[in-house]
Design a protein. Structure first.
Length: 408
């Protein structure tokens, strides 16, 4: 019975350890020796692995209770023991298998799931192969039972935006919190209409380097915001990314191991599509490429969440303030601010496809790079370049009637 408890603890702990690993830890198993590679291979088919673990656990527990029942029956018939000893033995046996084969191993397994997964990989592989011939029967039985017990489950209809807003209104009486929740909700729905090129960091604003990464250089640049982009040997294509702010001191000794792969998305992709891909592939950074395959910028999961949670009029697409004080009746914005966002703010239709920024609109209209004094009409408004500093320009927006009234 003690041996059966040990085997039951092995399978219970293995289940807790393997299925408590997050996706990042699972990818790390591939670099953890033969035991890690075996565990990663088993997790590639989680349904088969779980069926095998549950099968062995059930078989072991049934065998254990069969032994307990036989021994308890003999103790009850024994003149030197009697029924009280038999009841006590049965109770102790039950408590022993609950504690030593379920509670204790699972509690220990969740404390160090990756290390335990590496250790149990080889024996689990043998166990899965031994029970593989009967696993199809178990799968078919589970499917048949599920269809008999839950035959009429149907997907729920999609929830409308108005339903979510109504739920928010009923969920809080705090006016400030209600306004923030509404803003976040509208921003979340709005990312389905925003192209990734509108919120990406342009390539000129990225923090890039080639391997090997100098630890001292990383430490000297800790005040910089955002991700460090690692390029290939040519220095043209971004292949990995690392966030120095999230590094533990122990990771500074091996910065290459802390780098994460990136995904590539076209500049015309919607932000909602990029967010879905980042979640599906468990990545933090998406590199934006143009129609020629050249990397023109990058956007991180942090950038997308910031655009959802932060008020759209407070930050521009590279996370910097995009509004400053302007004379009465005028609005001053950065040239890199989103043209679509500005059009929504002014309540006018978006003027043209393929133009993402206000500066880009001015450039298209004047057929040259914007300079101080350049103007362009935008609906019932006039855009004027009022300030230029390095690669940053400020643009003032005022109503066309006001502009005409001020002219000599």
């Amino acid at each position: 019975m003690a041996v059966l408890i040990l085997f039951s603890a092995l399978f219970s702990g293995s289940e807790a350890a393997l299925f408590s690993l997050d996706s990042r830890s699972r990818r790390g198993l591939e670099r953890a020796g033969i035991g890690g590679r075996i565990a990663a291979r088993l997790l590639a088919d989680p349904e088969r692995l779980l069926s095998a673990i549950l099968f062995w656990n059930l078989l072991i527990n049934m065998t254990y209770f069969a032994f307990a029942a036989v021994i308890g029956s003999r103790l009850e018939q024994s003149q030197s023991a009697g029924s009280s000893v038999a009841v006590g033995f049965t109770a102790v046996s039950l408590l022993a298998i609950i504690f030593f084969s379920e509670m204790l191993p699972k509690s220990v397994a969740v404390l160090a799931p990756r290390q335990l997964s590496i250790l149990v990989g080889p024996p689990l592989l043998i166990a899965v192969r031994l029970v593989s011939p009967v696993l199809p029967l178990v799968t078919v039985t589970n499917l048949a039972v599920s269809r008999l017990v839950w035959p009429s489950f149907e997907p729920e209809p999609e929830i409308d935006l108005s339903d979510i807003e109504r739920a928010i209104e009923l969920g809080t009486d705090d006016a400030a919190l209600l306004q923030r929740e509404r803003t976040a909700l509208r921003s979340l729905v709005g990312i389905a209409e925003v192209r990734v090129s509108e919120i990406m960091h342009p390539r000129s604003k990225l923090w890039m380097c080639q391997e090997p990464i100098d630890r001292n250089w990383i430490s000297a640049e800790t005040l910089r915001d955002g991700y460090l982009m690692i390029t290939d040997e040519t220095g043209e294509m971004i292949v990995q990314a690392i966030n120095p702010r999230l590094l533990r001191p122990s990771q500074l000794d091996d910065l290459s191991a802390a780098c994460e792969p990136v995904i590539y998305v076209p500049w015309s992709a919607m932000v909602s599509q990029v967010l879905d891909r980042l979640n599906e592939e468990d990545r933090l950074v998406a590199v934006v490429v143009n129609e020629y395959g050249e990397s023109v910028g990058a956007v991180s999961l942090d950038d997308i969440l910031r655009n959802v949670l932060a008020p759209a009029e407070d930050v521009d697409r590279i996370g910097e303030p995009s509004r400053t004080e302007a004379p009465a009746g005028r609005l001053r914005v950065l040239g890199s601010d989103s043209l679509r966002r500005l059009s929504k703010r002014l309540d006018i239709p978006v003027p043209s496809e393929g133009i993402n920024t206000v500066a880009g609109y001015l450039q298209r209209h004047n057929e040259r790079f914007p300079r101080v004094g350049d103007t362009a009409p935008l609906g019932d408004y006039v855009l004027t370049v009022v300030e230029e500093e390095d690669d940053v320009i400020w643009i003032e927006i005022e109503a066309a009637e006001s502009s005409a009234g001020d002219a000599p």
